[in-house]
Design a protein around this ligand. Structure first.
Ligand code: TMP
Length: 223
């Protein structure tokens, strides 16, 4: 089933190491504390089939085929994710918090990868139909800070830089601009939050944004 139902769909976007995953967990804790069913997920991934595609994409094995082929595979993962997890949760009335969604394709494969906008739009329509986030939080951070954070995280996990982390400084600077451009084009959907603030402060700003947009007129769910 494809659809939006009564749920709320919030996506987190930004470059590498900006703190999306931490902030997504913090917002989920807040919403669950208010009694709302809250589903947390990520892209690429979120379902077993999409997680398989994630491993292939982040290994860099698709990169030699070009950015359009990568975009097509991100879209393939998204189809399964939307059909099996996101849409059913929204239709049940849950809140869905997703770490990356179509804005990442627009920024990484579009703005940075050079995939033509018409081709991206077709893939996007095929993958998500009319589904679009109710709110997209774009965490903004100078890329050198984000990449340094990502390197620390990798070192503690004993992992190597993935396909996109391994790109150079110009790529990451361009990504930052691409996300800010997306926010400027869709100000009603996107909010830019300063990812350089302490994590507690970022969490507070995001909670306020979400409460003001969705909850101030609405009582907490019955426990
Ligand atoms: P992350 O979720 O750990 O940030 O890793 C996902 C990586 O995949 C990240 O480098 C961004 C990249 N990506 C794209 O290039 N296009 C996409 O559509 C998505 C969802 C992610």
């Amino acid at each position: 089933m494809r659809g939006h139902g009564n749920g709320r769909f919030i996506t987190f976007e930004g470059g590498e190491g900006v703190g999306k995953s931490t902030q997504l967990v913090r917002l989920a804790e807040h919403l669950r504390g208010l009694g709302f069913e809250t589903v947390t997920t990520r892209e690429p991934g979120g379902t077993p089939k999409a997680e398989t595609l994630r491993r292939i994409l982040l290994s860099g094995r698709v990169a030699p085929l070009g950015a359009l082929a990568e975009a097509a595979l991100f879209a393939a993962a998204r189809i399964d994710h939307v059909d099996k997890l996101i849409s059913p949760a929204l239709v049940r009335g849950a809140w869905v918090l997703c770490d990356r969604f179509f804005d990442s394709t627009r920024a990484y494969q579009g703005a940075r990868g050079g995939v033509e906008p018409g081709a991206l739009a077709l893939l996007e329509k095929a993958a998500v139909g009319d589904l679009k986030p109710d709110l997209t939080i774009i965490l903004d951070l100078p890329p050198q800070e984000g990449l340094a954070r990502a390197a620390i995280r990798r070192a503690s996990a004993g992992a190597r830089a993935d396909r996109f982390e391994a790109e150079g400084a110009r790529f990451h600077e361009g990504l930052r601009r691409a996300f800010l451009d997306i926010a400027a084009r869709e100000p009603e959907r996107c909010c830019v939050v300063n990812g350089a603030l302490p994590a507690d402060e970022v969490a507070r700003v995001i909670r306020q944004l979400v409460d003001a947009r969705f909850l101030d007129a609405e009582p907490a769910a019955a426990q």
